[in-house]
Write a protein that binds this ligand. Structure first.
Ligand code: DQA
Length: 146
């Protein structure tokens, strides 16, 4: 059994109403409920957190050490393309993480093509809508076994 932190960044609290043609119709609550169910079925423990504030996300990453999380599934939202500090936080705690995005960041604006996380993530999953999170949950066991 693994303890997983699902961490969502800015504006993802508005899923459902935020650009549904890009991000889908499900709310973050819907997604968290579905992935928590999947994680439990696979024998994992899951905690879901979201913040719009960079410093709060950084603190949530720091807390993973004390709370002994095994892995983080992270959608950094817009911080994907800007936040060296959140990247540094992940490097500081040295807990493996999977980067996820609902949209395919590679077929959108040019500025979304660069991520401060992809080169240090165990893997990146993008473009599958809410299924991006499900695919990440399904890969946890394999990543942690290695
Ligand atoms: C996102 C993609 C980012 O470029 C954007 O800023 C988001 C959401 C995604 O899940 O597709 O907020 O991370």
């Amino acid at each position: 059994m693994s303890k997983i932190l699902i961490l969502n960044g800015p504006n993802l609290n508005l899923l459902g109403t935020r650009e549904p043609e890009v991000y889908g119709a499900s709310t973050l609550q819907d997604i968290n409920k579905e992935i928590s169910l999947l994680a439990t079925t696979l024998g994992h423990e899951v905690v879901c957190k979201q913040s719009n504030a960079e410093h709060e996300l950084i603190e949530m990453v720091h807390e993973t050490i004390e709370s002994s999380f095994d892995i983080i599934i992270l959608n950094p939202g817009g911080y994907t393309h800007t936040s060296i500090s959140l990247r540094d936080a992940l490097l500081s705690v040295d807990i493996p993480f999977i980067e996820v995005h609902l949209s395919n960041v590679h077929n959108r604006e040019n500025f979304r093509k660069h991520s401060y996380f992809s080169d240090i993530a165990k893997g990146t999953i993008c473009g599958f809508g809410k299924q991006s999170y499900e695919l990440a949950i399904q890969s946890v066991e394999n990543i942690l076994r290695k």
